[in-house]
Design a protein around this ligand. Structure first.
Ligand SMILES: [Cu+2]
Length: 182
């Protein structure tokens, strides 16, 4: 059994068993396949997003988010503003203990530059029900060019454990038909 010590004290120069060497080769080759598939999936799977990242002072990110919220708020839900920024613009969503702020309302088939950052700790941006997961760090402006192709209500869940209120950290993105507000 594997949990008992080897029979010989000098065990490391014994030949590796055939079965073991076969498994090592299989695992190694599979690891290589998956490595190249990562690049392949990036182009064909539409899952691995091409993000850009820039250094930014959290306070500056907060100011930009505030400016967008001030200009384009169209409603409010449970104290959180619902913002409808113009298509093609830079849109901001910030994370902090324990919320995603604000709620974004985007138009279908329009492109936006979505900026994500954290005001405090590391959070995880998981967009439900799509398979999109991004890490959100304080001090980094994570930028994605997004074109929502499906109308509806999407939830943002924090998937990096960030403390006592982690499980309550949910946000929202609405995708509406072009030209529609609210
Ligand atoms: Cu979090």
């Amino acid at each position: 059994m594997a949990i008992t010590p080897p029979e010989q004290r000098i065990w490391w120069n014994e030949p590796v068993e055939r079965g073991e060497i076969v498994w090592i080769i299989i695992a190694f080759v599979w690891g290589l396949v998956m490595f190249f598939m990562m690049i392949w999936w990036h182009f064909t799977g539409q899952q691995n997003l091409s993000n850009e990242a820039y250094r930014i002072d959290p306070a500056v990110f907060g100011e930009r988010t505030d400016a967008m919220v001030e200009q384009y708020t169209v409603g409010e839900e449970a104290g959180i503003p619902v913002v409808h920024p113009p298509p093609g613009s830079d849109v901001y969503m910030l994370s902090r203990l324990w919320e995603w702020w604000p709620i974004l309302e985007l138009e279908k088939d329009q492109s936006y530059r979505l900026h994500l950052s954290s005001m405090d700790w590391q959070h995880g941006f998981s967009l439900q029900p799509t398979n999109i997961n991004l890490q959100v760090h304080p001090g980094y402006d994570m930028v994605l060019t997004v074109t929502p192709d499906q109308a509806g209500e999407f939830s943002v869940v924090c998937n990096e454990f960030c403390g006592i209120g982690h499980h309550t950290m949910v946000g929202k993105i609405y995708v509406v038909e072009p030209g529609q507000v609210g």
